[in-house]
Design a protein. Sequence first.
Length: 293
Amino acid sequence: MAPILTFADTVLWNARPRDPHRPLSIDNIHFENTFSGTEDEMNFYKTSAAVELQGIEAIQIIHRYLNLDDPQDRINESGLRNDLARLKAVLEELTELMGSVKEAVDPRVFYWQVRPWFNGSGSGGEQRWVYEGIAESAVVDTSGPSAGQSTIMHAIDAFLGVDHRQLRCPIPSIRKQHGDSAFMDRMRRYMPGSHRDFLDRIDDTPVAIREVATERSGLKEAYSDAMRALKRLRDIHIRVACLYVISMARTHPPDGFQRRETRGLEGARGTGGNHVASLLKAGRDATQRAILE
Ligand code: HEM
């Protein structure tokens, strides 16, 4: 794993059941460590953890698919249709969770008190951190934690066949293309090894569900419905990122806090070091492109 603070550190391995006698759940969770000591930071982690917990059903659906002897066998068609419909419902639940962050996390507290702790280095062009005495210092991954490292989201993308590597279409100006296609690949290097192995397993599926859905009219609609739900999730996520990062980058820091980002709308940088707006739009467009009808 990249030797730096990751999503797994801040969310997955930081989560504990509030009541240790009951299992970990969205209603029974707290986080051992925070940087800022604010409820907002805790609630930010809680939203991400809620997506992970609620997303377990998506993993079960993917798992069922990976274990099919022959996904193209007609006998599996109605089961696959049901699973795609369920996946769509799960994605709608995740979208609702994503939107609910607004009730629990104050954008100003997030931007000025929490987010600076997530700053890493490593996007092209800017000055990078140096690991003294390490020859490969220039290529060591030093981005900060990001929910872009959430295995649930990557698993759903890999399963449905969202291709983040393609350039946007129509191709935006060079300035806006920055970092688009390599971001998701890079984020995988910040995940726990077993999570990466799981994603590799999905990538290596001999017959992807997208291929089956393309050939079967009975599945095409269910597949595209799930993909549309994923697109809506990304639409809401873009709005959240706008509220918490892009708009906040234009505000003045409260007394005692330093400005970290000086760029405008398209230039506001993510903790992964990318141009937030163009990066997120690229992800949304890649999802839109994958819709079959
Ligand atoms: C206040 C809440 C949130 C804010 C402000 C936010 C902001 C951002 C930003 C700025 C990026 C750009 C890349 C980076 O800097 O790391 C990003 C990427 C990403 N975020 Fe979030 N995010 C939030 C919540 C979430 C949640 C709850 C999830 C779900 C687990 C999520 C999933 C992702 C994913 C998968 C990406 C990669 C790009 C994509 O797939 O479209 N985010 N987010």
